[in-house]
Design a protein around this ligand. Structure first.
Ligand SMILES: Cc1ncc(COP(=O)(O)O)c(C=O)c1O
Length: 391
């Protein structure tokens, strides 16, 4: 097993500690104080008492029943507490499932550009990968025919990520249905990273969870994004097929002995306040997307995007005289952080002008203003270079 070098390593070096972050992908971070206050507001004194008094003995492998039951409420009738495993974050679930279900004799289908943990987990498990490229010309949509064409005799796994990081786009229900049918026909698992699910800008666009839809579907979720609870470090896998459960728990056993009970209780508090927290976060997101709409319109000579409709991220194209890697470097010198194309693939040549921009936080308008000031300062110089034919 050979692990890949994290694509975000260089980005972190370039942007560590910068004051204007447009790099993050989560909704407004929540505090423990808010979780407690929301619990008390709904009369849930018991969970607050548990938070203060809980024992620090090991919790059960795979998560405590009260948390599993709370997570199960996010899914349909086929997903009960028994169909869920809790991890110290969604990423751990992605890696653990791949290690449990794949080996060097297997083949997996993944999509690029993408979030490295989704894309590379099967590779870490020794599986051979087919990377299916997604294109802005196709609104970053998965083409089911390309997936059908990529199937091999030993294909065991497909890893998708919808809503999609880095573009904040969402597949159509028809495409999801087609993918499910292709997976069913080939009898493969679909690992569906749904970490941004519930952050659809319009609820009508929400897709069914893959765990509800398909008997070999695995939905990966977590508190990090919609609830703004990255520091809770609780994620999960939900699946109908109980034959995989013990295999995954056996691999998990060698990593984390158990989730922290304090984290589990914070997760329960967040989940029980989902409606309030997520409604508040969608308001912030919509406000910030409207600011980005104005930005893209005003500076359309330099920027364009496939307008996002889910999550707190978008993949923007810089049309000025440098690629996104170089843009990221000079923005960093002005205290602004973006995520250049290289953070989302080994080879980012065909989308090298793209960078990810995050808009989930209340303070985002401050960072956007810093970007606007930067653009104002450089626009004439960029226009001259573009007229001279420089990229
Ligand atoms: C697509 C995707 N999956 C998983 C994660 C990680 O989730 P967690 O914080 O629960 O490990 C991220 C975080 O950026 C992500 O973008």
């Amino acid at each position: 097993m050979t692990y890949n070098e994290p694509w975000s390593k260089r980005h972190k070096k370039v942007t560590g500690g910068l004051p204007y972050s447009l790099s993050n992908s989560f909704a407004e971070p929540i505090s423990n104080e808010e979780l407690i206050s929301l619990s008390l507001q709904r009369g849930d004194q018991d969970i607050v008492d548990q938070f203060h008094k809980h024992s620090l003995e090991y919790t059960p492998n795979g998560g405590s029943l009260d948390l599993l039951e709370e997570i199960a409420k996010l899914y349909g009738a086929k997903i009960t507490a028994e169909n869920i495993i809790v991890f110290a974050g969604g990423q751990v679930g992605l890696q653990t499932a791949a290690l449990a279900l794949l080996d060097q004799n297997s083949h997996s289908i993944v999509f690029t550009p993408g979030y490295q943990s989704v894309l590379k987990a099967p590779d870490h498990a020794g599986s051979t990968l087919t990377e299916v490229p997604l294109y802005p010309e196709n609104n970053w949509q998965i083409d089911p025919q390309k997936v059908a064409d990529a199937m091999q005799e030993n294909t065991k796994y497909m890893a998708i990520n919808e809503p999609y990081n880095p573009a904040g786009t969402l597949m159509k229900p028809e495409a999801q249905q087609q993918l499910k049918e292709i997976a069913e026909k080939n009898d493969i698992y679909v690992m569906s990273d749904e970490i941004y699910r519930l952050l659809e800008h319009d609820q009508k666009d929400r897709l069914p969870a893959m765990a509800d839809l398909y008997h070999k579907g695995i939905s990966c979720g977590g508190l990090s994004k919609p609830w703004g609870g990255c520091g809770i470090t609780i994620g999960w896998l939900a699946f109908q097929d109980l034959s995989i459960k013990q295999k995954i728990i056996d691999i998990q056993y060698f990593g984390t002995a158990c989730p922290s009970r304090a984290s589990e209780i914070q997760a329960i508090m967040a989940l029980r306040a989902s409606d309030i927290i997520i409604e508040k976060n969608i308001k912030i997101i919509k406000h910030n997307v409207a600011l980005l709409d104005d930005f893209v319109e005003k500076y359309s000579n330099f920027f364009e995007w496939v307008r996002p409709n889910a999550g707190a991220i978008a993949f923007m194209k810089f049309k000025g005289p440098m690629n996104s890697d170089e843009l990221g470097e000079i923005l960093a010198k002005s205290g602004i952080s973006i995520k250049p194309a290289y953070v989302f693939a080994d080879d980012s040549d065909y989308f090298e002008d793209y960078f990810r921009i995050g808009y989930g936080e209340k303070i985002m308008p401050r960072a956007l203003q810093a970007l606007i000031d930067f653009v104002e300062e450089h626009r004439e110089q960029w226009a001259v270079k573009m007229n001279e034919g420089c990229k």
